[in-house]
Unconditional design. Structure first.
Length: 111
């Protein structure tokens, strides 16, 4: 009886452990906030570097890239005149998040 109770308590408490979440957003919110608060090339570059860092770290660790990051990166690449890179990232967004296909296809039609 005591062993069963102890096992139940251990099982119950193990469910309360910290769960970091499915995605690692790193400093995304902070860099985006700083860029939106004071839009300039330096803050934009810092935010884009953060996006690239999140993507590359997730890919290295074989973890999920947060939804929308490939598409956001595509937006910045397109704004910089890199249409090929933008299309590549939009395709990655679709392949990782098939539910975004209609949205991404509409974006790609405008390119």
């Amino acid at each position: 009886m005591k062993l069963t109770t102890l096992a139940f308590i251990v099982l119950l408490l193990s469910g309360c452990t910290s769960n970091k979440g499915l995605y690692d957003w790193k400093n995304y919110s902070e860099t985006l906030y700083n860029y939106k608060k004071e839009p300039n090339n330096e803050k934009r570059t810092i935010h884009i570097k953060e996006i690239n860092s999140i993507i590359s770290e997730a890919e290295k660790k074989h973890k999920a890239v947060p939804p929308g990051l490939y598409a956001e990166l595509a937006f910045y690449l397109l704004a910089d005149g890199n249409k090929e890179g933008a299309i590549k990232n939009l395709e990655l967004e679709k392949s990782h998040y098939p539910e975004s296909t209609a949205f991404v296809n509409n974006l790609m039609r405008t390119l």
